[in-house]
Design a protein around this ligand. Structure first.
Ligand code: NAD
Length: 276
């Protein structure tokens, strides 16, 4: 029996095929999205970063009844060429792309952005977290002759400062701008490109950020809903954007963060009645 986690089952994606980039383990956002897409009838191909991850990702992929996996380190043009050519050979075309990939060094994800961002660290964060989306969007669009949809993952650190997020915030700002430009280029081909700005979630990527735990608790306690961002909410938004439900939406960044982005001043008054 296929395991779709807590995702509602349906047929919104029946007959659609797509590529998911960024599953590292069962906590990965890309995995939550994959379960939701599969539960709605989509057929999925997966890229993974290196052999060590293949061993972790394969059992997940098999648990939802799929088996199409190709290696692709996004910094390696030859691997990207091979991955997309294999997908093109096997399927001819795809209908959607999920990009959920980012990286910055541990040294960059702490303390002062000004002090800790090296040229090499900046280049690497931009290459893996921003260029990889532009590159994947170009490659994927070449095998979307009938139009399609693409989604990438961003975070509030693109718009506002967040402790330790540093160069990754700069990269996410670049990713959000890339989403709009890709949407502009690919829109006339019937390809909708959007981003989801998710609240903090407990994943491998989050573990690399100094103070990640307090990002999680602040994200919950100061949010409008007073709750953690759920995988089901993020995956549901991805389904919405990638399915026919998302028609007419392009170049958008949707916040799925329990309303945290809408808070100007958090309610810390603790019963304080005073105004003057
Ligand atoms: P994750 O660690 O599960 O996923 C990150 C993925 O990036 C991994 O699969 C990793 O293999 C891949 N990756 C890194 N470098 C790569 C490379 N050179 N080639 C190929 N793949 C590479 O963590 P996640 O939180 O699921 O992250 C997915 C996306 O969601 C990222 O863009 C992240 O910034 C974004 N995001 C995460 C949160 C959060 O709180 N976890 C919030 C908002 C946005």
């Amino acid at each position: 029996m296929a395991d779709f986690g807590n995702m509602p089952v349906g047929t919104l994606m029946a007959g659609k095929r797509g590529l998911v980039m960024g599953v590292a383990n069962k906590n990965s956002i890309a995995w939550g999205i994959s379960q939701q897409l599969a539960a709605q009838g989509a057929e999925l191909a997966f890229t993974y970063q290196g052999e060590a991850l293949e061993r972790r990702v394969r059992p997940l992929v098999e648990s939802i009844g799929m088996d199409f996996m190709v290696p692709a380190d996004v910094t390696d043009d030859a691997e990207m060429d091979a991955a997309f050519s294999e997908i093109s050979k096997k399927w001819g075309k795809i209908d959607f792309l999920v990009h959920a990939i980012a990286f910055a060094g541990k040294d960059e994800l702490q303390g002062s952005m000004v002090a800790n961002t090296t040229r090499e660290g900046f280049r690497r964060a931009m290459d893996i977290s921003v260029f990889s989306f532009i590159d994947a969007a170009r490659r994927a669009s070449q095998i979307m002759p009938d139009g399609g949809a693409m989604v990438t993952m961003t975070y509030l650190g693109a718009e506002r400062t967040v402790p330790s997020y540093n160069v990754m915030g700069v990269a996410k700002a670049g990713l959000e701008a890339s989403t709009r430009y890709a949407a502009r280029d690919l829109g006339p081909m019937g390809i909708r490109v959007n981003a989801i700005s998710a609240g903090p979630m407990r994943t491998l990527a989050m573990a690399g950020i100094r103070g990640g735990k307090s990002l999680m608790s602040t994200g919950r306690d100061w949010s409008l809903l007073k709750e953690d961002t759920s995988m089901e909410g993020v995956a549901g938004c991805a389904l919405y954007l990638l399915s026919p439900l998302g028609q007419s939406i392009a170049g958008e960044v949707i916040h799925v963060d329990a309303g945290f982005h809408a808070v100007g001043v958090p309610d810390l008054s603790d019963g304080d009645e005073g105004g003057a």
